[in-house]
Ligand binder design. Sequence first.
Ligand SMILES: [Zn+2]
Length: 187
Amino acid sequence: MTGKSAARGAPYFKVRRSRVHGRGAFALRRIRKGTRIIEYLGERVTHQEADRRYEDRGERDNHTFLFIVDARTVIDAGVGGNDARFINHSCGPNCEAVIEGKRVFIEAIRTIQPGEELNYDYQLGRSADDPPDVDEIYACRCGQPDCRGTMLWPAKKNPPRCASAGKRPGKRPKKASRGASHRRSAR
Ligand SMILES: [Zn+2]
């Protein structure tokens, strides 16, 4: 049995309001570890075109439908996107984004129970001209014990205060940064 052997027909999740951020994706049934849940779809454009489309949003807009495929291509789920765009960020996620053949798939990294919200680590990049409060703009409220307080990656040396209790300054998530990451609207 492989991760691709998803049963056809019955959907894995439905989209409804989330306490974390806007709408979210919630499991409708048990999803086994390794299951390929959905492909992240949208129009495939260049980074330059993505910049052009979202330049008016400005650096204070924390919504992102952009997913980096490689140095050349970005998927813009704002155009022709599917329900994958509603899957929220978490610092202690139950899914991960996998790039395969220049396509992006969301896969379960552990078994997920019905009703659980699906999420993965957006790993939004940093840039030299970020405003000082960029971590607040992209604040994370995932509530995980190891929440780094921001959707950005890597975490800052002095991470911002986190909503979750018991967080020790300087604690880093164990998981190494992987290739698949979202891109911010403004660069
Ligand atoms: Zn978090």
